[in-house]
Design a protein around this ligand. Structure first.
Ligand code: GLV
Length: 389
């Protein structure tokens, strides 16, 4: 067994063990992938301030996200098709998250359904929804999330239309995978993955098939996803969704100060500064560079979370130091899942936690709540979208 020292080790194993089509789905951005790349590379422009001879004992990474206790302010982000990365993937990831003490967010485009994940976990998870046209389906999704005791809705606002991902087009991505000579040849080399998939009945989009009108098989599902997203969305509609749910409400996909202000005006519980992991508007700024301005503008009114680009505990520390109240990892836990199932997600969380804790110590901090600008050296213009770094 190779030594798993960092998230990159999990990524390497994941790449070896998972069919190409699903690895590529996770490991891609839209179009030229500039934003996908900059989400991670921009973290490297932030340097840490080393402090010495301070009491570093009794450190704590414990915090809260939307009032919920968390072992560290790192939630698992909603990731579509997680149950294709590894059999029963959403259930495994949710279990790892609950054992670790961090929130798990289930995607609407998951393979395991809301009910299935609820039946196999014991703590309330969060549920992500897209803004879909089908009002009845949306109401039913909220009802199902309520019945499953979900603790929050995470509404994705940056996917009214899909950003084109070239790799997915070339691979003919679908769930379950289309059987072509190329995909069969590739899957035959992924023995562990194949055995897992043969052993589960969860191979379709569990929240949609049999629930959305006219969607009974995967072929009609692709037609449904192409047509389902609401291009006419506006802030009134967002307000309606918030009222339809009536509980804790998080808006995801904010990358602009004006949009952040509008979201804060709605009185939501949190916003997630996010560009969808670079999967939607390629050429948009990285989340980490937009974070400071958004925190400045609305941080006193709403909890500001961030995702896109976090691959280490040091990245988490940098986001928290720039004012994020919480963070999310998507790819980082997906690598773990594809590499080693539930144990791999646990390993990803342990790695991030250890890196966060040790870095905190070397920065001379004992409590995540005390992290702030004093822990960073930020290059001039970092938070200015008009400046090149
Ligand atoms: C879904 O939200 C995706 O980015 O594929």
């Amino acid at each position: 067994m190779p030594v798993i020292a960092e998230i990159e080790d999990l990524r390497r194993l994941y790449r070896r063990r998972t069919p190409r089509m699903f690895f590529d789905y996770a490991e891609s951005g839209s179009w030229s992938e500039q934003t996908f790349r900059e989400n991670t590379s921009d973290f490297a422009h932030l340097r840490l301030r080393q402090r010495v001879a301070v009491d570093m004992s009794n450190r704590s990474t414990a915090s809260t996200m939307i009032g919920q206790d968390v072992a560290m302010p790192v939630a698992l982000a909603p990731v579509g098709l997680t149950g294709m990365q590894c059999a029963d993937g959403e259930i495994k990831a949710a279990r790892a998250a609950e054992k670790f003490g961090v929130p798990f967010t289930l995607s609407t485009l998951s393979i395991c359904s809301i009910e299935d994940v609820a039946a196999h976990t014991s703590k309330p998870f969060w549920f992500q929804v897209y803004t879909l046209k089908d009002e009845e389906f949306m109401r039913r999704l909220f009802d199902r999330a309520r019945a499953a005791n979900c603790a929050a809705i995470v509404l994705t606002l940056d996917l009214q239309v899909l950003g084109q991902r070239h790799k997915d087009l070339r691979n003919g991505l679908s769930a379950p995978p289309k059987l072509t000579l190329k995909s069969i040849a590739n899957m035959m080399t992924k023995v562990q993955w194949g055995l897992g998939m043969l052993g589960t009945r969860r191979r379709f989009f569990g929240n949609v098939v049999g629930h959305a009108k006219g969607v009974t098989d995967p072929a009609s599902l692709s037609a449904w996803t192409a047509e389902a997203f609401d291009e006419t969305l506006d802030w009134d509609r967002v307000r309606q969704f918030r009222d339809m749910w009536g509980g804790k409400f998080i808006i995801k996909g904010i990358l602009d100060v004006e949009d952040a202000q509008k979201a804060a005006d709605l009185g939501v519980d949190a916003i997630v500064v996010s560009n969808h992991g670079g999967r939607q508007l390629d050429g948009a700024m990285s989340s980490i560079r937009m974070l400071p301005r958004i925190v400045d503008a609305v941080g006193d009114r709403v909890e500001v979370h961030m995702d896109s680009g976090i691959r280490s505990g040091q990245d988490v520390l940098k986001a928290l130091s720039l004012g994020a109240h919480g963070t999310y990892i998507g790819r980082a836990f997906t690598y773990g899942l594809g590499a080693m199932g539930e144990a791999g997600v646990t390993r990803a969380l342990q790695i991030i936690h250890k890196e966060l804790d040790t870095t905190m110590a070397l920065c001379g901090e004992r409590d995540v709540h005390n992290l702030g600008p004093q822990n960073l050296i930020v290059p001039q213009g970092f938070d200015d979208p008009t400046m090149r770094l």
